[in-house]
Design a protein around this ligand. Structure first.
Ligand code: ATP
Ligand code: MG
Length: 581
């Protein structure tokens, strides 16, 4: 898309801002996980529900994480339990404080509260170490000296069993000594590992003596240089769940193959609680890529303005784009929780957000591509305050006053010198309504030397103040406008999908599918002055144009707005057609 037509549809005299509201905002919903939780409570298998959201602080959270957050915090709240925020900080080479801070900000912004229950896997490093020693002592773990490549070679394949490491049957005392020396820093990265001793011929590859600890001489954001051995995900995760008394450890489908190991470790350690893992399908959305690794590349290679770029699928990006938290929560509820992978239409996310904004966003006037109108019969210097509704969907939102004067800005798209049959807006000799103000008729078109239209000379009908004519005349179009003497200029950034295809990367190079027109910057836009005072995060409707919010780059010296969404809801339309057909 480009700067072409900014108006998403032909506006008539009717209210163009009303959208269909969805009937699917039911508060009580259930799914297979909620059913498991309910039956565990009913049958007394658990007394009180404890869930957790376990991000690795190696990037910013994205909309997929939002689904997990809504599920974990949502279940805890619905069943009277609590949800822990747990940082899975076991890989210090990739994790940073910036990510920890952003994750906390995003969870809070989404509307969830972990209370006193913010934990870190690194809080448990001593306990985890003791449990590793316990496994060695009970003959269920050993220190291995194979390199990473050798471990891989020895592991076998899906069809072939693996081979035992030559170090597998070394004496317990020797493993204990070596593990202590690993901890003391005697060995280089990769020189030794601690492995569980399970079964190198097991059909489940995760049972083939999985690595539990590795050597990493790296400073940790929280434990500094205290440790140079770090637990692997599989050893840290379930045991952290057990320490925290988590009852339902809910994660995405790719972890189902880890579950036997999860249960094996819990079963072979003297843990204080027995948690259970349940898996649900991860969220995929068309036109979006939900992988922190890819998002990090987009940031590092400068394809976007940062993690919080309004085109990013990150929670911080969606926030900067102007998406309300409520819309994201509604979306998470509407897509549900299932056991089978599927991809959700981007339009469904927009639909949920649009539904909230339609109800809550205040309406304002803004002209993105201004064309000057001079109302010739309006007295020079005179200013009238016109009263207009803040939100026709919500009478309680009240009204505001907008200044009207002799010189106005209207949208360039709203005028055509030689209008085709279906163009009902302004044209030479034609009358239109200015929303909340007067009817005007175009008398003359002024052009510059290059033939470009620079001004329209119009006349107004004083009897139509407020937008109605006593003789019942009804113009076919109602336009938005801004008084030239009062308007404030702004930059407006229009956004489109970051990728050109619904399945980015399906044909190979993901980065070749980046949309070169994902951002269009308009300058010299003219806004009603009230918009200068809007705070970042407040999203309003620019009448007839869409929803917009001040960008984080906006300042009193240079206003910058982002387009959150257009008004048109193609997803709802397609749904309705599908239901009828
Ligand atoms: P990514 O694949 O984007 O790098 P991740 O799974 O490595 O994400 P974590 O920080 O480990 O990121 O994720 C924290 C939690 O969020 C996990 O429980 C994970 O299952 C869940 N999660 C991650 N991505 C999604 C998704 N697309 N849909 C639903 N839940 C997700
Ligand atoms: Mg992960």
């Amino acid at each position: 898309m480009a700067t072409g037509s900014l108006l998403s549809h032909e506006p008539g005299a009717s209210d163009v801002s009303s959208q269909p509201t969805t009937p699917d905002r039911t508060p009580e919903r259930t799914d297979f996980i909620r059913e498991i939780v309910a039956s565990d409570l009913r049958e007394g298998r658990v007394d009180s529900v404890v869930t957790r959201f376990p991000p690795e602080p190696n990037g910013y959270l994205h909309i997929g994480h939002a689904k997990s957050i809504c599920l974990n915090f949502g279940i805890a709240a619905e069943f009277g339990g609590h949800c822990n925020l747990r940082f899975d900080d076991t890989n210090p080479t990739k994790e940073e404080q910036e990510y920890i801070d952003s994750i906390q900000q995003d969870v809070r912004w989404l509307g969830f509260d972990w209370g006193d229950n913010c934990f870190y896997a690194s809080d448990y490093f001593h306990q985890l170490y003791d449990w590793a020693v316990y496994l060695i002592k009970t003959g269920k773990a050993y220190v291995d000296e194979l390199s990473a490549d050798e471990i891989h070679d020895y592991r076998g394949t899906i069809t072939e069993p693996g081979r035992n490491s030559p170090w597998r049957d070394r004496p317990i005392e020797e493993s204990l000594d070596l593990f202590a020396r690993m901890k003391a820093g005697e060995f280089a990265d990769g020189a030794r590992t601690l492995r569980a001793k399970i079964d190198m011929a097991a059909p489940n590859i995760f049972f083939r003596d999985p690595v539990l600890y590795r050597i990493l001489h790296a400073s940790h954001p929280r434990t500094g240089d205290e440790w140079c051995i770090y637990p692997m995900y599989d050893f840290a995760h379930g045991q952290s769940d057990a320490i925290e008394g988590v009852t339902h450890s809910i994660c995405t489908l790719e972890f189902d193959v880890h579950r036997p190991l999860y249960d094996w470790l819990i079963g072979n350690l003297p843990v204080p609680h027995v948690p259970h893992q349940y898996e649900f399908a991860r969220l995929s959305v068309t036109y979006m890529v939900l992988s922190k690794r890819v998002l990090l590349r987009l940031v590092n290679e400068g394809h976007v303005r940062g993690w919080d770029d309004p085109r990013m699928p990150t929670i911080s990006g969606l926030r900067r784009r102007g998406f309300p938290a409520e819309g994201i929560r509604d979306f998470a509820g509407q897509i549900g929780v299932a056991k089978a992978d599927n991809t959700v239409e981007y339009g469904q996310l927009e639909h949920a957000v649009r539904d909230v904004l339609n109800r809550k966003a205040q309406r304002r006037f803004a002209v993105l591509q201004p064309l000057k109108v001079v109302v010739e019969n309006y007295p020079d210097g005179r200013v009238e305050e016109m009263e207009v509704a803040n939100n026709p969907e919500d009478p309680e939102a009240g009204t505001r006053r907008v200044s009207f004067g002799r010189e106005l800005w209207i949208e360039r798209d709203d005028f055509m010198e030689e209008p085709p049959a279906k163009f009902f807006r302004l044209a030479p000799g034609r009358e239109v309504r200015l929303r909340g103000a007067y009817f005007i008729t175009c008398r003359e078109v002024v052009k510059d030397a290059g033939g470009e239209i620079v001004e329209l000379r119009c006349v107004y009908d004083p009897a139509t103040r407020g937008g109605d004519s006593p003789d019942g005349r009804r113009p076919k179009a109602t336009l938005h406008w801004v008084s030239a003497a009062h308007a404030v200029p702004a930059e407006v950034r229009l956004y489109d999908h970051l990728f050109t295809r619904p399945d980015p990367g399906a044909d190979g190079d993901l980065f070749a599918d980046l949309n070169p027109n994902s951002e269009t910057v308009l300058t010299g836009c003219m806004l009603e002055p009230a918009l200068a005072g809007l705070a970042a995060g407040e999203t309003v409707q620019f009448e007839r144009l869409g929803y917009f919010t001040p960008d984080l780059d906006s300042s009193p010296d240079g206003l910058v707005f982002n387009r959150t969404l257009t008004l048109k809801d193609t997803w709802a339309k397609l749904q309705a057609q599908g239901k009828q057909g």
